[in-house]
Design a protein around this ligand. Structure first.
Ligand SMILES: [Zn+2]
Length: 417
């Protein structure tokens, strides 16, 4: 009970960056003043809280404010993408103090990928911005994380990785606990802590890049479904007569608006004689198409418009199914901004029969390309705030890898690792 109460007090202090008094903490936690004082003394002893006097106001003793010590430790978040690795170094407030990104194709080279991540972690830890000890490593992966085998990448998508125990091997390499989650879930967690999802307990984040995935925040917890793979919105059908998908179905959202699909559509149109500045671009990418749309290229505008309309169908289905207060769109395609949002909203209006759709608030993420890595770092913070033993570094008492992450979160706890 004492450790649960300590976690409650630490969370309250974390949520009040301007500072909080002992009496505020007692009132907000419902704990007695003496219990709060004892816990605060413990947390100050562990340097998790710091205290300072406020300026004297109208005579009497100046009140003491307590603050969560966001520089006590640092956290490293890694996004393992299919063709890049992003790393962020963050303090305990989730503020990114250093970042790096390496283009790297991971599907066929597990040992090289593990070496690269290890080297990036070493580089981050050696930075002068890295205050205190490394608290943990968060890792976002480009596939669903199965609750039964959270330490493995999906063997169906990444056969070369089937024997690799990713988190355990990284733990062995870097010596801190490793927390793994799916990239879209990490995106949702980043929005929840520092983005467009702050103070919104129910929202959905949709990442539209090579693949299309969603992270659902439900009552302030990531909703994972029965086996940890909820949110596979990319393989919901938006056009039954649409393009074939790598999953074997047809007209999946991903097959219509994944970056590969949009590039393919552009190349097909050019091959069919359509005039466009895109015809001049060698090695065409989605970024080229977004840039051309911003310059007014008719073909590029049409491609982004179609993508927005298809995404609108997916979002309408999602709204009716989950009724989130907000939908946040991130990933490469989101860089198209209003060019994407307008046809998306139009598509929603055409389906605005339901209150869930009428009241929908759809926005573009503002967290930029490090968003998923920020969410990976936030996995560590979230786990530590739920179980303060992570701060005490008691490796003997806790498993090295966040193996049961999906199951325990699903049990309605407060994000126990
Ligand atoms: Zn599919």
């Amino acid at each position: 009970m004492r450790s649960h109460n300590a976690s409650v007090i630490a969370n309250l202090a974390f949520g009040r960056p301007a500072g909080v008094s002992r009496s505020d903490l007692a009132r907000e936690s419902g704990l007695s003043a003496s219990t709060v004082s004892a816990i605060v003394a413990d947390l100050m002893g562990a340097e998790l809280l710091t205290s300072s006097h406020l300026a004297r106001s109208s005579g009497g003793r100046p009140p003491i404010v307590l603050r969560f010590n966001t520089k006590r430790n640092h956290i490293i978040g890694i996004e393992l993408g299919v063709s890049h690795v992003s790393v962020v170094l963050s303090d305990l407030a989730g503020e990114v103090v250093w970042r790096n990104r390496v283009e790297w194709y991971m599907p066929e080279d597990p040992p090289g990928t593990l070496r690269l991540i290890g080297a990036l972690v070493d580089e981050a830890r050696a930075r002068p911005e890295a205050t205190g000890e490394l608290l943990g490593l968060g890792l976002a992966v480009p596939c669903p994380v199965d609750a039964l085998t959270p330490d493995r990448l999906s063997p169906r998508l990444f056969p070369a990785w089937s024997e690799v125990r990713l988190a355990a091997q990284l733990h062995h390499r870097v010596g801190v606990r490793v927390f793994v989650d799916n990239d879209a879930n990490c995106g949702a967690i980043a929005e929840f802590y520092v983005g467009a999802g702050v103070d919104i307990p129910d929202f959905t984040f949709i990442k539209v890049a090579t693949g299309v995935g969603a992270g659902h925040m439900v009552q302030s917890h990531v909703y994972r479904g029965f086996s940890g793979i909820a949110g596979e919105i990319g393989h919901t059908t938006v056009d039954p007569k649409g393009r074939p998908c790598r999953c074997g179905l047809r007209g999946c959202l991903e097959a219509e608006i994944g970056s590969g699909a949009i590039v393919e559509k552009a190349l097909e149109a050019i091959a069919a004689g359509r005039e466009s500045a895109l015809a001049e671009v060698a090695g065409l990418t989605l970024a080229d198409i977004v840039a051309a749309a911003e310059r007014g290229d008719a073909l590029a505008l049409e491609l982004i418009h179609d993508a927005g309309a298809h995404l609108g169908v997916g979002v309408a289905n999602l709204l009716n199914l989950m009724n989130p207060a907000r939908v946040i769109i991130g990933g490469r395609l989101a860089e198209a901004g209003d060019l994407l949002l307008e046809p998306l909203r139009e598509s929603l209006r055409a389906r605005a029969l339901w209150t869930s759709v009428e009241r929908a608030d759809v926005v573009i993420s503002s967290l930029g390309e490090e968003q998923i890595a920020i969410g990976a770092a936030a996995l560590v913070l979230r786990a530590a705030l739920a179980d303060l033993s992570l701060f005490w570094g008691s490796e003997a008492a806790v498993p090295p890898v966040s193996a049961p992450v999906a199951r325990l979160w699903r049990n309605g706890g407060v994000g126990h690792p």
